[in-house]
Design a protein around this ligand. Structure first.
Ligand code: URA
Ligand code: SF4
Length: 214
């Protein structure tokens, strides 16, 4: 975990995102989508980028993928209002194309600040672009649904909810994987029983954490 700048806030990040011109997506967006949720959320969900509906209203996951996300949250007795949801790029890529590496890099500082400010117990990545921020050189088909500790931050990589809308056979996989979200949170709550210095000092977790996160 990184420490936020003393004067930084989620409102400040959102205000900057709404007027951001740091990459070409600024020219084609309707509204930038900073992200939504409580500042003290235990879980931070990171999607890919806004789609058509999100671009219109300026809020994340309000379209069909968002409906499936809400359904999955409901399946583990969680609510959208209790989690923070954002994206790797805050502006819609035209025709929902993949964000380019340059666009992801230009937008990354906003996500870095959100991460530092929220300091979530668990990060849940949705889809490969979000996964790649934490896991380099990995394939989502191999690591989905498996919690890992990345430099002290528990990260759970999941398929993107929209993947199930295009590939029906992924729907049950996604629902199954989602069961890991409350389990990861429960494990992380135990984990924070450690003094913060001990928990963040090293990339190599002590043995008792390995059993929880290995
Ligand atoms: N897909 C995403 O990755 N993010 C959204 O906000 C909506 C759809
Ligand atoms: Fe700025 Fe990110 Fe939007 Fe690009 S995608 S204009 S970097 S907020």
């Amino acid at each position: 975990m990184t420490t936020p700048e003393p004067e930084d806030s989620l409102e400040k990040v959102a205000a900057e995102v709404r007027v951001c011109q740091k990459c070409p997506l600024a020219r084609t967006r309707i509204k930038a989508v900073p992200g939504d949720g409580p500042g003290d959320a235990e879980a931070l969900f990171i999607g890919e980028g806004p789609g058509m509906q999100e671009d219109r209203v300026g809020r994340p996951f309000v379209g069909p993928a968002g409906q499936f996300l809400d359904e999955m949250l409901g399946s583990v007795q969680m609510q959208r209002s209790g989690v923070f949801v954002t994206n790797v790029v805050k502006c819609r890529p035209p025709e929902n194309r993949d964000p380019s590496p340059d666009e992801i890099a230009a937008c990354a500082p906003y996500l870095t600040r959100q991460l530092a400010l929220i300091n979530p117990k668990v990060v849940v990545t949705l889809g490969k672009h979000s996964m790649s921020r934490f896991f380099s050189g990995e394939q989502i088909s191999k690591i989905h649904g498996r919690l890992r500790n990345i430099a002290g931050q528990p990260v759970l990589p999941l398929y993107h909810p929209a993947a199930a809308l295009h590939r029906a056979e992924l729907r049950q996989t996604e629902l199954n994987d989602f069961q890991q979200v409350p389990l990861a949170l429960a494990a992380a709550r135990t984990h924070t029983g450690l003094p913060p210095a001990e928990a963040t000092k090293t990339d190599d977790p002590p043995p008792e954490q390995l059993s929880l996160f290995g």
